[in-house]
Design a protein. Structure first.
Length: 202
């Protein structure tokens, strides 16, 4: 696996895109610092450019580097659920490319609970895109074989990490307004989030 991780870091450094296992489903990664590589992710998936791509970080402390005006509730949720299957939508920092956010001022962030993407991010020295490694509108893949069937040679490298342990997408919560809003129900249940927040979500 170390060899595949090193190959992934080299591929991303040279502007390529990589499919990799996470704790939820297989992700499709490009360096967040490379607009050209991020554009390849959209092309490979057939994803409309106005739909933002989430970013994966290697630790919770990195949130402050890519998001601004982070509310206290976001840090509480991060402390409870990250690393893990919760994606937080926050106001993006000026340094984050608008290509990643689809022109929006919001950014979706997650710290995965899986050693492969963590090692890739740390080795690359930058966040990576964390969108699922599928064709837009198709099911999110949980095995490298499913990635290959959907994306084939549209991706430069597919890391074979076996079947993803989660098998379900992350839960997405928008924290950019006063009352949190659930955008997608995934592995983390609404009730768990509301318990930590102390309020009902929209």
């Amino acid at each position: 696996m170390d060899g595949q991780i090193q190959q992934a870091i080299e591929t991303l450094t040279s502007g390529g895109i990589v499919a990799y296992p996470t704790d939820t489903v297989y992700g499709l990664g490009a360096s967040a610092l490379d607009d050209g590589a991020v554009a390849k992710v959209y092309e490979a998936k057939g994803r409309p450019r106005h739909l933002a791509l989430p970013l994966l970080l290697s630790c919770v402390s990195q949130i402050a580097a890519v998001a601004t005006d982070v509310p206290e509730i976001a840090w509480r949720l991060a402390e409870r659920f990250l690393p893990g299957g919760l994606t937080l939508v926050l106001h993006k920092a000026p340094t984050v490319s608008s290509i990643i956010t689809g022109g929006s001022d919001k950014i979706a962030l997650r710290v995965p609970n899986h050693p492969v993407p963590i090692a890739i991010i740390e080795g690359l020295g930058a966040p990576i895109t964390g969108t699922s490694a599928n064709l837009s509108g198709r099911p999110s893949p949980i095995t490298p074989q499913e990635v290959r069937r959907q994306l084939g040679d549209r991706v430069d490298l597919i890391i074979d990490g076996g079947r993803c342990p989660g098998g379900m997408d992350s839960t997405v919560v928008d924290l950019t307004e006063e009352v949190p809003k659930m955008l997608r129900q995934g592995v983390v249940r609404r009730e768990e989030i509301e318990h930590v927040c102390g309020i009902k979500m929209r």
